[in-house]
Ligand binder design. Structure first.
Ligand code: NAP
Length: 547
């Protein structure tokens, strides 16, 4: 029994003998707000966080160059006008240290730390039907009980190392980008190898290329990157943003991905070549996700339209990279623009014009092993001082899979989801009563904080509904899960993003069973997702079994 819990306030009578009424796993963007909202309800709540501080993604991913790809002023929490008034963003796309500072500021402002246990990884969570509660196990073997268990574990929190032999044998410095050390790493004069060319790698490459001695980039699949077009925010500009917060947030509520960008209603092929080139030039020169989220409405559903947009970007790459052989290698051939989440860059392609930068296409010359001195490909040995693994994540369901989560009769979540997630509204799973997933699979996904705030508020609504009525068991029904899962899978049909291998479709080529794209998220746009969930709440949660 936890002493802080014993001292806890309010609580429902029914769960008085449990350590907590609610446990939140994670103290990142979602977990912090979930803790705030549950505390507001007056229930006894505790968050458990593996890191030593708050921030989640923005705590772990402290690699050089890490920054937003959503506009900073659309990413902050909107629930507190006071908070919006007190925080100034320094850049339109803030760097990681600033976001980490912001989340610490939020934790301080709302005194959240007193209910967070840091340096504590949850390794297991088992449901007990006789007492209708969850028992979680922490990495030190100790246990805590709770009525409701809320996961706020993010979608990109389970890093994956490449399945290349010899990774442990390298004698220099190496790490996965997600586990970047807190101490500054100097690249000056160093021979550096980096595996991966996703959004993370793009940010690191363009940053360390400025000081590195020699940089070798091991690329398996190139991505369609577009310029971030970042800039600083002056005091006066910030004042203007603050005055327009109402309008900005309203706009984010209207767009499918909760960004300020939204698609152009025209069809690509109904425009003249001149019209669309002018349109794309404008998008390419504008800040943020304009090219991806603000393109013609058919770019991500019509292959012919997509091919034209892809060719536009291909020509940009050709114009920016001097060596035509290297340029061709940097142009994706197996998927079109926007079919994977588009990495945003600042001078990324120009890095390949530096004499001290080498691109290794591992499809031509595969990596055979990591050695004590570096990386051996089928063509040659590359010696390094530092190897960076920017090799991505077991996304969306991976963090769930890494915990031993068991529901009714010992049912294992990992097995239930062996062929892909099955959920009700992305929040509940059949056979796992009182488990609520904030930002779970098959929920609406986009500009993260915008979506997380909604998810947290909806989850809180369910817990409030239950606690006010003395309900101790909130469970998804078979029909609810079947209907929602079928609906989400149906909605995702015909969307090119769902047909392409990427973390967004649950593909990780280093992992067995994760080679084929699956529909992992609700793809009907966040406004429709909210409408659906709001209607469910207004009707008293008809597809949940409440007892
Ligand atoms: P990722 O997009 O999954 O990229 C992983 C990279 O590693 C891919 O290029 C992959 O190649 C490569 N790779 C993995 N194993 C390999 C191997 N054995 N040999 C060679 N290459 C290998 O992961 P990420 O770059 O970390 O980005 C994930 C997501 O995080 C982004 O899409 C974005 O949503 C988010 N993110 C956001 C920002 C931001 O701006 N806010 C920044 C960074 C990341 P294949 O493609 O061939 O598998």
């Amino acid at each position: 029994m936890d002493t802080a819990a014993e001292a806890g306030s309010a609580g429902t009578g029914a769960s008085a003998r449990l350590d907590f009424d609610a446990i939140v796993i994670g103290a990142g963007v979602t977990g912090l707000y979930q803790l705030y909202k549950l505390r507001e309800l007056g229930v006894r709540v505790r968050a458990f966080e593996a890191g030593s501080r708050v921030g989640g993604t923005w705590y772990w991913n402290r690699y050089p160059g890490a920054r937003f790809d959503s506009e900073s002023w659309t990413y902050g929490y909107a629930f507190s006008r006071e908070l919006l008034n007190e925080w100034d963003w320094s850049e339109h796309f803030a760097p990681q240290p600033e976001t980490e500072r912001y989340l610490n500021f939020v934790a301080d402002k709302f005194d959240l730390r007193r209910d967070i246990q840091f340096n504590t990884r949850v390794t297991a969570a088992h449901y007990r039907e006789d007492t209708r509660n969850w028992e979680i196990t922490l990495h030190d073997g100790s246990r805590r009980t709770t009525r409701f268990l809320v996961t706020a574990i993010g979608i990109l929190s389970a890093p994956v190392m490449p399945n290349i032999p010899g990774v442990e044998s390298f004698k220099g410095q190496s790490c996965h980008t997600h586990n970047w050390p807190k101490e500054t790493v100097s690249f000056a004069g160093k021979r550096v190898g980096i595996i991966g060319t996703g959004a993370t790698a793009v940010q690191i490459i363009q940053t360390i290329a400025k000081t590195v001695g020699h940089l070798t980039i091991f690329q398996r699949t190139p991505n369609w990157c577009a310029p971030l077009n970042n800039s600083r925010i002056s005091t006066e500009e910030m004042r203007g943003i603050r005055a327009r917060y109402g309008e900005i947030l309203a706009r984010c509520r209207e767009t499918p991905g909760c960004y300020v960008h939204s698609t152009d209603p025209r069809s690509t092929l109904n425009t003249t070549p001149e019209e669309r080139t002018a349109f794309w030039e404008k998008r390419y020169a504008s800040p943020g996700f304009g090219f991806w989220q603000g393109n013609f409405q058919d770019m991500l559903t019509d292959r012919a339209a997509n091919a034209l947009a892809s060719e536009f970007i291909a020509n940009k790459i050709r114009s920016r990279v001097h060596d035509p052989v290297v340029a061709e290698k940097l142009i994706p051939k197996d998927h079109g623009v926007g079919m994977r989440r588009q990495p945003l860059e600042t001078g990324y392609y120009e890095v390949y014009n530096q004499p001290n930068v080498e691109l290794v296409d591992v499809r031509e010359t595969p990596i055979e092993r990591v050695t004590a001195a570096g990386i051996q490909t089928s063509a040659k040995a590359h010696d390094f001082d530092i190897i960076i693994y920017a090799t991505g994540f077991d996304a969306i369901t991976g963090t769930f899979d890494r915990m031993d989560i068991r529901g009714v009769n010992g049912l294992r979540l990992k097995e239930v989801w062996a062929n892909g997630p099955q959920t009700y509204l992305g929040v509940f799973v059949q056979g796992f009563p009182n488990l609520l997933m904030a930002m779970g699979p098959h929920a609406g996904l986009g500009n993260y904080t915008r979506c997380a705030e909604y998810s947290v508020e909806w989850v809180t609504g369910v817990i409030q509904y239950a606690t006010q009525r003395g309900l101790t068991r909130v469970a998804a029904t078979a029909e609810g899960v079947r209907e929602w899962t079928d609906y989400v899978l149906g909605l995702g049909q015909g969307q090119l993003m769902n047909e392409t291998g990427s973390w967004m479709t649950g593909v990780n080529r280093n992992l067995e069973g994760k080679q084929t794209p699956r529909i992992m998220r609700y793809s009907g746009g966040h406004p429709a997702y909210r409408e659906h969930c709001d209607a469910v709440a207004a009707a008293g949660y008809p597809r949940l079994a409440l007892a």
